[in-house]
Write a protein that binds this ligand. Structure first.
Ligand SMILES: O=C(O)CCC(=O)C(=O)O
Length: 318
């Protein structure tokens, strides 16, 4: 059998001290020059959500959700520090040890995701309620075999933060993503109205990001923001992202109550959503480019787009 080529992880590339591989360099072109990768950008104003209000189903909590349409931050719970510590320990290990350690991480990770699970369920319900829909409508489309996938990210210090990106611009394929960004090192940026904004560091919070799936199910009312991660010359950065992934057998489409003459359907039905998302992402394509998921749409809706694995005018990473 043909042996698979062995790629070095970014951490191994750094450790080998062989200099920056050319494939990581990507000069920005296409209208984003006025916001170079490591240049100053304004801070984004991210609304906070008081989860206790949301969980209490109060009118105030419902209002809080309907007021904002692109992402939410919730006050986090006690064991975030445990997760930060675990992530740092994990990345400090050599590759072979990492594989062994994965088993030990499992228990802590399981507890962490279980705690998040309850929050997520209430979020699905709260968002449905904010749109005058029946509580379970999004949860049902998401399916009984929905998963929560957690990814640990580590961005080592990089000598050319002006030329190397940590994570390319993308919208998340999830319904929501719960992101625990680094406590000390900035790097996450969101694209809004064609401009990049940095996400502020707010201690002890989880950033809840609306994903493409929620954008489709809500017929474009909730939008999945494009975001990217920069590298830092001096400091390593970590983050932990938990993605709510739908049951593989579920068809995803705008829910009935949100399609009307006044608001025509924006997205076609997607089968095998998860496969399609990853396939698009790998190819550097948007879901739209890969699948023609948008219906014939008026101009206003083109702006909503979908998935945007990478935006049109930003060079793609091979
Ligand atoms: O590292 C971050 O802050 C964001 C990570 C991210 O966007 C992702 O894992 O999809």
């Amino acid at each position: 059998m043909e042996e698979k080529p062995k790629f070095k992880t970014v951490q191994e590339v750094v450790a080998a001290n062989e200099g920056l591989p050319e494939r990581y360099l990507q000069p920005l072109t296409g209208g984003h020059e006025e916001q170079p990768l490591n240049g100053p950008v304004p801070e984004m104003d991210i609304p906070s959500i008081d989860l206790s209000l949301l969980l209490s189903s109060s009118e105030e909590g419902r209002q809080e959700l309907s007021d904002e349409s692109w992402n939410y931050r919730s006050v986090s719970r006690r064991d975030l520090d445990k997760i930060y510590k675990l992530t740092k320990q994990f990345f400090a290990l050599p590759t072979e040890e990492k594989q062994k350690y994965a088993g030990d991480i499992g228990k802590t990770l399981h507890e962490y995701t279980m705690k998040q699970h309850a929050v997520i369920e209430q979020f699905f319900k709260g968002m449905a309620r904010s749109l005058d829909l029946e509580d379970n409508v999004f949860l049902e489309m998401h399916g009984d075999n929905a998963r929560m996938d957690t990814r640990f990210n580590m961005y080592p210090p990089c000598p050319r933060p002006d030329m190397v990106i940590g994570a390319k611009p993308h919208g998340d394929g999830s319904a929501f993503t719960l992101l625990l960004p680094d406590k000390d090192v900035e790097g996450l940026q969101f694209l809004k109205d064609g401009k990049w904004y940095k996400a502020p560091i707010v201690p002890d919070t989880i950033l809840i990001n609306v994903g493409d799936l929620m954008e489709i199910m809500s017929n474009g009312i909730y939008k999945s923001p494009v975001h990217r991660v920069l590298t830092n010359r001096e400091k390593e950065r970590i983050s932990v992202a938990t993605f709510c992934v739908p049951s593989p057998d579920k068809e995803i489409q705008p829910v009935e109550g949100l399609v009307s003459d006044a608001r025509p359907r924006l997205y076609k039905t997607v089968k095998k959503y998860v496969e399609l998302y990853f396939d698009s992402y790998q190819q550097g394509l948007t879901l739209q480019e890969n699948s023609g998921i948008l219906t014939d749409i008026p101009t206003e809706n083109e702006i909503l787009g979908i998935s945007r694995g990478i935006s049109e005018d930003i060079p793609r990473k091979p």
